[in-house]
Design a protein around this ligand. Structure first.
Ligand SMILES: Nc1ncnc2c1ncn2[C@@H]1O[C@H](COP(=O)(O)OP(=O)(O)OP(=O)(O)O)[C@@H](O)[C@H]1O
Ligand SMILES: [Mg+2]
Length: 152
């Protein structure tokens, strides 16, 4: 499925549209080169699940931020991950046991990202399109069906 994102506000709205469908165990994988809008989408998603006004800091240096929302959500930015196994050390598997995870730079999980994730995955690949962006969205596991319920 392709979704046009003419401006940053649209990227935020796509994150907001995914949020209410999330359940514990779900992974949202955000692919796309530097500056494509992965953090913008992740922030829209996290803000839709957390209390209005709650601080949503960037996980650029901490690699992960955890939120006690319903469902709990963990926002990972793996850009600075040094090796795939470090994902366990920063709590990716625990995050998916308890809640859902939105993951920037899933490429850092190596050739087989699936070994760190559960069966239910939504993949969003963001690319440039004119002044805006194009999101290519696909799902596996329960997201194969759920993708049609994203109300954007
Ligand atoms: N659909 C869009 N159209 C135009 N600009 C956008 C769109 N979505 C996001 N942006 C802008 O792109 C810039 C980079 O956004 P963001 O930081 O979210 O990217 P990123 O993919 O997380 O980058 P990084 O790879 O450094 O983590 C911001 O200025 C943001 O406002
Ligand atoms: Mg980012």
């Amino acid at each position: 499925m392709k979704i046009e994102l003419p401006d940053a506000e649209a990227t935020t709205r796509l994150g907001q549209a995914i949020a209410p469908l999330l359940a514990p165990g779900d992974s949202v994988l955000l692919y796309g080169p530097l500056g494509m809008g992965k953090s913008t989408l992740a922030r829209g998603l996290v803000r839709a699940l957390t209390t209005p006004g709650e601080d949503v800091p960037s996980p650029t240096f901490t690699l992960v931020q955890f939120y006690e929302s319903d469902p709990p959500v963990a926002h990972f930015d793996l850009y600075r991950l040094t090796r795939p196994e470090e994902a366990f050390e920063i709590g990716l598997d625990e995050a998916l046991d308890e809640g859902c995870a939105v993951i920037e730079w899933p490429e850092r999980l190596g050739e087989e990202p699936g070994r760190f994730l559960g069966p239910d995955q939504l993949t969003v690949t963001i690319s440039e399109q004119g002044e805006g962006r194009l999101a290519t969205v696909s799902g596996v596991g329960r997201w194969k069906e759920l993708i049609d319920h994203v109300r954007f």
